[in-house]
Design a protein around this ligand. Structure first.
Ligand SMILES: [Zn+2]
Length: 327
């Protein structure tokens, strides 16, 4: 069976809400739902402009609901990670009492056979509302809202959220073999018979456009020399776990031109890292080695197998020989 790996990229966003949606979200923190008057109708959620004419609307807010009537719905039998509930639920259009438009929201009834068009529902509020649409966790059957006691509304002007995308890969046969050898603690490279360059898990020579297979594979040393490095001073941002300056280094595997880049140098203060320093791989314990960070979109990587590189204490290679290199 082929190995699948996945990588998730997450971007934080912060956006301003404007006066109208800002008011709507502010009211949610006090467990109130408001619409806006638009001619003789009440539009929920409130909009800044008349959806028919584009005319700007006066900020005349009207409290609606909190109970309402299900106008339409669709059942979600197998929720995915991006869904608001982790159990089967319905997306429903709910016409809140006093509103003339429908609010799209989540309906938590326990089963598909307990949902019906025309049923009465009320919000189940989040325990600590923050001023987002999911302050209403879901609508539930009945007339009575569930949740905490209403407090004073907060002044909500911005909204923060994470946008997430997950890539799933099936490893190529080359990467499968590479991952298997890395699990066993051996770095296996593919040497191009024409140019003698060595590649990790790529399956071809990118210089000669030559396919590389098992016959071109050989074990590489798991020790080498730091050929360059950068010291990164971390700034706080979502997802940043580092708090102290750290180094990312390129390591030329000894006796070869193969470079592994973006490597962690461990067991030495960052100020003591030098070009020419001899290092050896510190492998994760065998049971912890994994191919999760390998992607068919890029080159093979040692992350997931090698924790970092530790100085061997041997005399440095002359730094000058690395000065005219990119990596
Ligand atoms: Zn080549």
């Amino acid at each position: 069976m082929s190995t699948q790996t996945s990588q998730t990229i997450q971007f934080p966003y912060k956006r301003t809400l404007g006066p109208v949606i800002g008011r709507f979200f502010s009211e949610l923190t006090a467990l109130r739902i408001v619409g806006i008057r638009c001619g003789d109708r009440v539009v929920v959620p409130p909009m800044e402009y008349d959806p028919q004419t584009g005319e700007q609307l006066a900020e005349h807010y009207v409290e609606v609901g909190p109970a309402g009537t299900v106008v339409s719905w669709t059942w979600v039998p197998e929720p995915g990670p991006h869904h608001p509930l982790d159990r089967p639920f319905a997306y429903a259009l709910v016409k809140l009492d006093g509103a003339d438009t429908n609010l799209l929201h989540v309906l938590d009834t326990g089963g598909e056979d307990t949902v019906s068009t025309g049923m009465r529902v009320a919000p189940r509020w989040r325990a600590e509302p923050v001023g987002r649409i999911d302050d209403i966790e879901a609508f539930v059957p009945g007339e009575t809202p569930e949740g905490p006691t209403a407090g004073e509304p907060a002044d909500v002007r911005t909204m923060e959220f994470f946008s997430t995308i997950t890539y799933t890969d099936v490893l190529s046969p080359t990467l499968e073999r590479y991952a298997a050898s890395m699990r066993a603690g051996v770095i296996t490279g593919q040497r191009c018979p024409r140019c003698d360059r060595v590649f990790l898990g790529r399956g071809y020579c990118s210089v000669d456009a030559l396919r590389l297979g098992p016959e071109h594979e050989e074990a590489l040393p798991d020790h080498g020399v730091v050929s360059n490095y950068t010291i990164v001073t971390p700034t706080p941002y979502p997802g940043q776990k580092e708090t102290e300056p750290f180094a990312r280094a390129s390591v030329v595997l000894h006796g070869d031109e193969m470079v592994v880049s973006q490597q962690q140098i461990i067991g030495v203060p960052v100020a003591d890292i030098r070009v020419g320093m001899r290092v050896k791989a510190q492998w994760f314990p065998e049971a912890e080695r994994n191919a999760a960070e390998i992607s068919s979109k890029g080159w093979g990587t040692v992350a997931g197998f090698i924790e970092g590189w530790v100085p061997t204490g041997e005399p440095d290679e002359p730094a000058e020989q690395f000065m005219d290199r990119v990596f």
